[in-house]
Ligand binder design. Structure first.
Ligand SMILES: [Zn+2]
Length: 245
């Protein structure tokens, strides 16, 4: 099995994802490696564009249209807390490059920015999110994920940073947290370009575990090298997610 999972998936879900995203060497130089490797993602073979290219220039256009119409889509609500940087465009673009391997496109739906008062009501005086250390969400997380919900839709939250320094992001998913709807949280201060895509991977796979292949999207931040490949098994599972339409 390429999708090797570490035996203690509970620990992986609760601790390792966040610890992993804290590793300093992953943050340093992460961007350049990220940008370089993204261009190396092999052309995916699922789009109509690829099929169309076999038919010549006219086929490329027709294939592109067919690929767009056939693409499976994920809509994501987005809530930005007060004072966070604006990486949403970069994060969505990266996620779309990664998930094109599965013929999945990600688009934003209802987007909002919280006021300083509303953000402070969630984060408290330290202005950092108290992130989970077990399947139970923290009080601050419970308050956070109450915002901007639409039934059957993921909501992504951008916070200034997590209370655990260096944590890039986290995902709250049914299989690990017992929640009904999934959420992802991105640290504005510590995110790298594939953090959003990685957390979306936890949601679309409904799996808190990490892959041992450093080139896989679902490798932990300790080892992930920004190649961000998906296995055939991951592609099939992601395409079957309830969030993919
Ligand atoms: Zn993870």
């Amino acid at each position: 099995m390429m999708e090797t999972k570490i035996a203690d998936s509970r620990k992986e879900g609760g601790m390792a994802p966040r610890r992993a995203e804290r590793v300093a060497h992953d943050r340093e130089g992460g961007k350049s490696r990220d940008m370089a490797s993204l261009t190396e993602i092999p052309p995916e073979t699922y789009t109509g564009a690829a099929l169309g290219s076999l038919l010549g220039p006219l086929g490329t256009v027709a294939g592109g249209v067919a690929g767009y119409l056939l693409a499976k889509k994920v809509s994501v609500n987005v809530t930005r807390l007060n004072g966070v940087g604006n990486s949403l465009g970069t994060d969505i673009a990266t996620a779309n490059r990664v998930f094109s391997q599965a013929g999945i496109t990600i688009q934003t739906a209802k987007t909002e920015t919280l006021s300083a008062a509303d953000s402070s009501a969630i984060l408290g005086a330290d202005n950092k999110l108290d992130d989970f250390t077990s399947p139970a969400l923290t009080t601050e997380e419970q308050s956070l994920v109450a915002h901007n919900r639409t039934a059957g839709r993921i909501t992504a939250y951008y916070v200034p940073e997590f209370i655990h320094a260096g944590t890039r992001g986290e995902a709250m998913i049914p299989s690990y947290h017992g929640v009904t709807e999934s959420s992802i949280v991105i640290s504005s201060a510590d995110r790298v370009n594939d953090t959003f895509a990685h957390e979306m991977g936890h949601v679309l796979l409904n799996d808190a575990s990490h892959d041992n292949d450093a080139s896989n999207l679902m490798a932990s931040g300790d080892i992930r090298n920004f190649t961000d490949k998906l296995t055939k098994g991951q592609i099939k599972k992601a395409q079957g997610s309830k969030y993919v339409h």
